[in-house]
Design a protein around this ligand. Structure first.
Ligand code: R5P
Length: 299
């Protein structure tokens, strides 16, 4: 298999090439002076299974490069194109509301039309999002990696809390990976209002030490609201564990003021340059993706 990796995933690609035995693919994506995108590949791909390790998250140029690269690989005769998108952007836009865009379905169509045969993502937000794709989407669960990290931080006795109903299954997977007996996951009912996010009463009991597990930390609004409620309830040791750390803007930094002790996050999205790397515990998803690629190589 030949791996075409976007620059932002350079170190992840190097690790995977070595351990899975992938051939590095050469390509260059640039813009003409008028801004139109152009991709050129420098590796023979006819009859080959090509992997693209990249992103479709903003800025939009990333998405366009990923799709144009896939189209170019197919045009040059690639037998199969698998897109490895550690963070499946747009997966949150998965609800069909009258008069509003259904961006997950749009992305799914663009991927298929660009020649992508299959997507491998980590924690792809929801089953509803996956179901909007007509090509297979594998969603790798980070639960084992999270469990290992919790054990490493001495947090196996903490209560795992879901910041909304959608996060319950994710929390349960972490409990299972920790080999803890099945238990109800305490969760909040999250409401989006014109002024932001609010959380209504915690459904379930919590210990004084809590780990909130969610898929995305974007602006931090969801986690801030959930943490405020936990502090009100007397919890004094809060940790946060998320799959995709987008860290948009500055609002999420208020989590520290609320007494959050640690934020653990996987490396599906490179940490923004303005985020102090020493304040976040980064967890590598490379072993997860490698395992999936080894299985693909055997097909
Ligand atoms: C929502 O469905 C997601 O699971 C996250 O809770 C949410 O998107 C996080 O966004 P923010 O950090 O902006 O609240």
């Amino acid at each position: 298999m030949i791996l075409f990796a976007s620059e932002v995933y350079g170190s992840m690609a190097a690790a995977m090439e070595k351990s899975v035995g992938l051939l590095p693919g050469k390509f260059c994506a640039k813009r003409f002076e008028n801004g139109e995108l152009h991709v050129e590949i420098g590796t023979q791909v006819a009859g080959e299974h090509c992997l693209i390790l990249g992103s479709i998250a903003p800025p939009d140029g990333q998405m366009l490069s990923t799709f144009l690269l896939a189209h170019t690989l197919k045009k040059e005769g690639a037998k199969r194109v698998t897109a490895i998108l550690p963070y499946l952007a747009y997966a949150r836009h998965d609800k069909n509301k009258p008069g509003e865009s259904l961006a997950t379905a749009w992305i799914a169509e663009l991927a298929r039309a660009s020649g992508i045969d299959q997507v491998i993502a980590v924690d792809a937000h929801s089953e509803r999002a996956r179901a909007l794709f007509s090509i297979p989407v594998t969603s790798l669960s980070p639960a084992e990696i999270f469990a290992e990290a919790l054990a490493g931080c001495g947090l196996t006795g903490a209560t795992i809390v879901a910041p909304d109903e959608g996060a319950i299954a994710r929390c349960q997977a972490v409990r299972t990976a920790l080999r803890l007996a099945a238990a109800e996951i305490p969760y909040y009912q999250k409401h989006r209002t014109a002024t932001g996010i609010t959380h209504a009463g915690l459904i379930g009991r919590v210990a004084r030490q809590v780990v909130i597990v969610d898929d995305i930390l974007d602006t931090g609004g969801t986690l801030l609201s959930a943490c405020e409620k936990l502090v009100e309830a007397g919890v004094d040791d809060i940790s946060i564990m998320v799959t995709h750390g987008l860290f948009t803007g500055d609002r999420w930094k208020k989590l520290w003021q609320l007494g959050v002790r640690r934020i653990l996050c996987s490396d599906t999205v490179p940490l923004p340059a303005d985020v102090d790397a020493s304040s976040i515990v980064m967890l590598s998803v490379v072993p997860l993706i490698e395992r999936e690629l080894r299985a693909l190589a055997e097909i």
